[in-house]
Design a protein. Sequence first.
Length: 589
Amino acid sequence: MCLVSAAALAQMVDVSNFMNLSTDHTGGFLGAGVSFADFNGDRIDDLSFAHHQGSLRFFEGTGDEDGFLEVDLDLPNYAAEAKMVLWSDIDNDGDQDLLITYRLAPNKLFRNDSGSFVDVSATCGINQGARKSYGACFGDYDKDGFLDLFVANYTSSFDEYAFNELYHNEGDGTFEDVTESSGMFEVTGIQSFQGQWVDFNDDNLLDLHVIRDRVVYANHFFEQQPEGAITPFIESANAVGLDMAINCMSTSVADYDGDLDMDVYITAFPGDENWMLVNNDYSFSAVNEDSGEIPMQNMQVDAICWAGNWLDVDNNGFEDLHVANGYSEYTNYPEVLAVYDEPDKLFLNESGVFSESEDQLFQSVNNLSFSTAVGDFNRDGFPDLVSNRVGDYAQVLRAEPNENHWVKFWLEGSISNRDAVGATIEVWIEGVSQSRMLFAGENYMGQNSHWEHFGIGVAESLDSVVVNWPIGLPTVYTELEIDQHWLLVQDAAPISLWSEEEGCEDECYGCTYASACNYDPEANIEDGSCSFSCWSSPDACGSGTVWDEASSSCIRDPNPCVGDLDYDDAITISDLLILLNVMFGNCPE
């Protein structure tokens, strides 16, 4: 079969000492989050780390073996225990906004205005009570083109607000708390670590899987109902087999067997067992009914397990699974190193059958890991993993390339949300399929790269690639080359990034607007990165726009004379002619 490896298993090499990513994870309760998302808009994976005293760390990716450079995003000081750092484009303006969840402090949301971060927490509609928030995730559940937000709160019945939070994105920079009207309010909350927006039944509607940490509180699954239902969601975990009642830490979703539906791996305490739940036509069980295999038998860890993360380390076409192992108490570093010594685990996937990696890294090296994230920091087509482990520095595991091929995709929505969260990608090679779903917030307080990576083994070409957008018709691509980074914009031609980076002889991505502050004369494809922060005069703005000091850019002139389209202070036939000329067209961004 074309997906079988041509070379031995690619080993993962610990390059933490070389990367020197200072995190100071030396305190706090039950870990701190990590994001591998691109936050500066160059489509190269960056890193963000939460911190127990609010000292967040941000590292821009260089895209080569040097890895990362630390940067200061000039965020205000906020001395509270940050749990998750989550990037997403909440206003569809082309840059990434920042959500930070906190334990025992209000959550924070920063709007990204061309690299300047504005704290909108108090005005955007997100509750500013001091709750116990952990994982969060974005997803456009009502398909209006804007990303909605779910926040998991690790509460008890004694807390004033013992519930999770669901916020609807109003599309104007604000959110409405719809927890009570959603169908989630009375049955959710209490000991929740994480939620995951996912479409398990392939009805093109996002549902929500919620993980809870107690044997007396079963996990939840909120199935979205058709339009017109009394409530948008109904709790259906028992009906589909997702109501596990264990000390559960994370849910990690992947199509591990290539049958085009999403399966789920959940982590837990010793004695509970980690569970690999196979999606058998929207009924979950430990048994794969197609193959007869019971994958979880080969994927057990006798430890306190946290993030489970999927990545095809050897590019053989089947995603492998990394499991982070830590402990369950307040971090007392370095004393905890002498007490807990269970290494992280890597389970290798060969055609849907798992075996434990015998690599020394996963047999004897103790990391005390909680949250992890997957990306490709050096752009070599082999996925790397970063762990915000306990200690002074993060762990970076680099996958060593072998002879297998790969292909990667960056999706950008137009009528869908700009980040294309909720989209699925299918890759077909000689009748063999793989699929991925785009998430914004996953596993345990983690965020993986926006790049979706596919290993394709020894195959020399792709039959087709199908993108199922959150809104709109699917797009089928039949001539995409392998070993390439493909930018797929909804309703636009595909673009191969970095294919001719030397001299930009082919496609050179950058700012092509000559009047912009960061104009790149070598760029021939506009990437939306143009900055106008150096402009300071209204004379720089064109007709119908005015200079806005707050955003350092030209904005639409709030002309009070409705109908004066040519701005001559009068409404005449010329305004009607302008209207008729542009009628039925699309508004520019």
